[in-house]
Ligand binder design. Structure first.
Ligand code: HPA
Ligand code: ZN
Length: 309
């Protein structure tokens, strides 16, 4: 099984660049803070404390060189796992919040990606709780870079503190600029949050695990062929799912909802894409042929039509 999973050509569709930074790398960037202190930052009492830690990691990244370094490290890791294609989410909203210039940062990560064997596309992501003007600004930053590998626009952060209905204008604008659309939804809130994201035009849903509580929504996702970007370890570590046996991945799959496995924030959740496939096998009885189907889904539901295993 281990060799099978490693050799399976895979794509990552839900992977945050800033969530891929290992404590050792943070220590390299700031030698005055020990690796142990950074490891302690990666412990979360609840979902909001994870979001604060994610913001704190972003704050540590000082500029283009730091972003280039973390991109190279992430892509090396993906190549070792036989990941052929990745849509990497960049917290452009956090760059805005830090009042750093995004242009040289994007140039640096794009240059780092150009040197990797992994095919990369970018998803620029805004912070829901920062409000509609912030989210529109990120949509504009994404629109300016559609010809440079930015394939989609998305929203993350707190569903509670940033309801989807604030963002209709930003999503319409992004769509008209040629961007594909995704939204984190139904992660820490219920099915209505997913319905609201679909109303915005989201073509994939980040997490979306709450769909398992709504039969009509599962039928809708199945019939419209809208995939959920499932991240099992993430949900356990942030506490939105209490125990692994409570995770709805199998129920969603059996209901015919399209799913793709992803790592979300691999360093912050101490997981890997290959490990997510391993969990699906060990805890949810996915067979090798089902896992091969999920790996095919990871290419099929890529926003890039040219994404090939
Ligand atoms: N959910 C919301 N915001 C995030 C996440 C997530 O899984 N990862 C990084 N920012
Ligand atoms: Zn995420």
């Amino acid at each position: 099984m281990e060799l099978f999973l490693l050799e399976l050509p895979k794509a990552e569709l839900h992977l945050h660049l800033e969530g891929s930074v290992e404590p050792e790398t943070l220590h390299e960037l700031d030698p005055a803070t020990s690796v142990e202190e950074f490891r302690a930052l990666y412990q979360y009492a609840d979902f909001d404390s994870f979001l604060r830690a994610f913001g704190a990691v972003g704050k540590r990244l000082r500029g283009p060189d730091d972003y280039a370094l973390i991109t190279r490290r992430l892509l090396e890791n993906l190549a070792r796992q036989n990941v052929h294609y990745a849509e990497i989410i960049v917290a452009a909203g956090v760059v805005l919040w830090k009042e750093q210039n995004f242009t040289p940062i994007f140039d640096a990560i794009a240059a780092a990606a150009a040197e990797s064997p992994v095919q990369v596309r970018w998803i620029l992501d805004a912070v829901r709780q920062f409000g509609p003007e912030h989210v529109m600004q990120v949509a504009e930053m994404a629109a300016e870079r559609v010809d440079r590998g930015v394939i989609a626009f998305g929203i993350g952060g707190s569903e509670q503190r940033g309801p989807a209905n604030w963002f209709g204008d930003a999503f319409s604008f992004a769509r008209s600029a040629g961007l594909r659309l995704t939204a984190h939804a139904g992660e820490s809130m219920g099915p209505e949050s997913i319905w609201d994201a679909l109303e915005l035009g989201a073509e994939r849903i980040g997490h979306g695990i709450a769909a398992a509580r709504d039969e009509a929504l599962m039928r809708h996702l199945r019939d419209r062929d809208i995939p959920l970007e499932i991240c099992i370890s993430s949900n356990l570590v942030t506490g939105v799912v209490a125990r692994i046996e409570d995770h709805p991945v199998r129920r969603l799959y059996d209901a015919g909802v399209p799913i793709v496995l992803n790592s979300d924030d691999p360093a912050m959740f101490r997981c890997s894409l290959t490990g997510e496939y391993r969990l699906a096998a060990s805890h949810f009885a996915f067979t090798q042929s089902e896992l091969a189907g999920l790996a095919q889904n990871s290419f099929r539901y890529a926003f890039e039509r040219e994404a090939l295993p």
